[in-house]
Design a protein around this ligand. Structure first.
Ligand code: XMP
Length: 535
């Protein structure tokens, strides 16, 4: 591990090249971003209707933000001719930097350039053979000018006005094109694994066509971030950070600590809704191992009192969010002269909350209270050092910073803690069952080597009871539901088809070891329509 405490202050901060993906709502938009980042160029997803002036500023260089060297237009569930179909400023093609349109993005470019896009007559879905001509975009792909690509489109580009066809398939006469000024379009999806050499195509765009420098790595991110935090906080600024023990807040705290040492104070609140062993793990990791300044607040009683009688899921979140804010305010006023609040917001959080803001209230699903009102209430400036990262990138940063394996490898845990998994009123008894049963679920997954293969796994308990037999007597007990899901970034999720013997040992242990449980069930719905957490 590099010694991050010794960073050469004089080393000049390099501006990082970046590419932006205009999001037209396609199902693979995030994947495009991920692939480009994995190839070594910092890439951001931005709304398709971003004002053209903003893009111009980004190309001319925004201070400390890196220069935009290329633009990718994503796919979309819309067709170009659908009413209300998303369209970006047409000036996007006159900015003087390369543009790559993918699927809908390619059709939009063809349309802007005066071509003809036909509606849904020759739809093509799945793997198809692409015949391509030599071009910078397809450089080094294959000797025979053919590769298998992944198609998923209804409309087709029928004619181009001012561009050359550089690829076609049996059903799609214009599967790839190149226009003047380094404007490219591909009807297929280079970002999905099913497209052979898709990474090569993106690599060609990023490096051969846009001329980006390969400078996005986790090490460079960590180094730049530490420098940025130092600059932002200044030589005597003070920061506080709510530490939950989850990977996001832990990574945030470590980054800030590396930058400003003990001018950072972490606050760890035991709200009585933590997982088994979590309090001990957090205290020992941050106080003993990392020797960080950590204020521990035992607020179990306060939270459980606040939650008494509250049954509605959203109301529980509000109580919990409100109490967190109160406690933070109290600690901040005790600490005195705190200037900044560090928060572990990550990229998908920002996207989800942006969506939540733009959606109608009726379609808001859950309020994730951790991207909230705290900084305004406290009058603190906000630092969000990992706000551009996806979850697995956060894990890589944490590893780079020497995070303990226990925190590094644990599953995500929601801000409202076990209250998200106790349906109805949160009582001591239901909490005990949820905590103990979840512990067993995790232990059994670790024992059967499934833990690292799934996204989240836990137990849920509500108010339903069912009959059981204990010895000769019949008795009523709680129903515990096991939920184990696989997911990428939690936007969608599938229940995991666990082997029956793993489920059986979980069930046996839960009914034997957790007092008051008579039945165990397995949650077999996916997201959507369900969410991952029940409340
Ligand atoms: P849902 O249940 O909405 O959850 O499918 C998606 C992901 O977010 C986590 N989650 C939360 N995280 N505060 C958080 O920090 C919250 O209020 C919250 N609610 C859900 C959940 O565990 C899953 O990983």
């Amino acid at each position: 591990m590099p010694n991050l405490n010794i960073i050469d202050e004089r080393e000049e901060e390099k501006e990082r090249d970046k590419v932006v993906v205009l999001d037209f709502g396609g199902q693979y938009s995030h994947l495009i971003v991920r692939r480009c980042r994995d190839l070594g160029v910092y890439t951001e997803l931005i709304p398709y209707d971003i004002p053209i002036e903003e893009l111009k500023r980004g190309i001319e260089v925004e201070e400390g933000k890196g220069k935009i060297k290329g633009i990718i237009l994503s796919g979309s569930p819309f067709g170009i001719h659908d009413p209300g179909s998303p369209k970006c400023s047409y000036e996007i093609l006159d900015l003087g930097i390369p543009v790559l349109g993918i699927c809908y993005g390619a059709q939009l470019i063809a349309y802007i350039l005066g071509g003809v896009v036909g509606e849904g007559r020759k739809a093509e879905f799945g793997r198809t053979e692409l015949f391509f001509k030599d071009s910078e975009l397809f450089d080094g792909l294959s000797e025979n000018g053919r590769i298998n690509v992944w198609m998923s489109h209804g409309d087709v580009i029928e004619r181009l006005a001012i561009a050359d066809i550089i690829g076609y398939t049996r059903n799609t006469p214009v599967a790839a094109f190149r226009s003047k000024d380094r404007i490219y379009g591909v009807q297929f999806h280079p970002e999905v694994h099913h497209t052979e050499k898709g990474d090569n195509i993106l690599w060609n765009f990023l490096y051969n066509i846009c001329g980006c420098d390969k400078n996005w790595t986790i090490e460079s991110f960590v180094r730049d971030k530490i420098r940025e935090i130092k600059r932002e906080v200044g030589s005597d600024g003070r920061v506080m950070c709510g530490l939950s023990g989850g990977i996001d807040s832990s990574t945030t705290a470590l980054l800030v600590n590396k930058a400003i040492g003990d001018r950072l104070t972490c606050i760890f609140v035991d709200n009585g809704l933590l997982r088994k062993g979590e309090k001990e793990a957090v205290l020992s990791t941050f106080r003993k191992n990392f020797k960080m300044k950590l204020v521990f607040v035992d607020a179990e009683e306060r939270f459980l009192n606040g939650l008494r009688g509250v049954k509605d899921a959203e109301a529980k979140r509000m109580v919990i969010g409100g109490l967190f804010i109160n406690i933070f305010e109290e600690v901040a006023s005790k600490l005195g002269n705190v200037d900044f609040l560090a928060q572990g917001t990550i990229y998908p959080d920002r996207i989800e909350s942006a969506k939540a803001r733009s959606d109608s209230v009726a379609s808001r699903i859950k309020s994730h209270h951790n991207v909230g009102a705290l900084p305004e209430k406290l009058g603190l400036k906000l630092i969000e050092p990992i706000k551009d990262l996806y979850k697995d990138e956060v894990r890589k940063v944490a590893k780079e910073l020497g995070m303990s394996p226990q925190i590094l490898n644990q599953h995500p845990f929601p801000g409202p803690g076990l209250a998200a998994r106790v349906i109805g009123e949160v009582t001591e008894d239901k909490l005990r069952i949820c905590r103990e049963a979840s512990w067993i679920v995790e232990e059994e997954l670790k024992r059967s080597r499934w833990y690292d293969r799934v996204w989240q796994a836990f137990a849920i308990v509500g108010d339903d009871v069912a009959t059981g037999v204990l010895g000769d007597a019949r008795s009523l007990g709680r129903i515990v539901t096991i939920r184990v899901v696989e997911s990428k970034e939690a936007m969608t999720a599938d229940f995991v088809k666990l082997p029956y013997d793993v489920l059986e040992s979980m069930s046996k242990r839960i009914t034997n070891e957790v007092k008051g449980v008579t039945w165990v069930t397995y949650a077999i719905s996916s997201k959507p329509p369900s969410t991952i957490e029940p409340c």
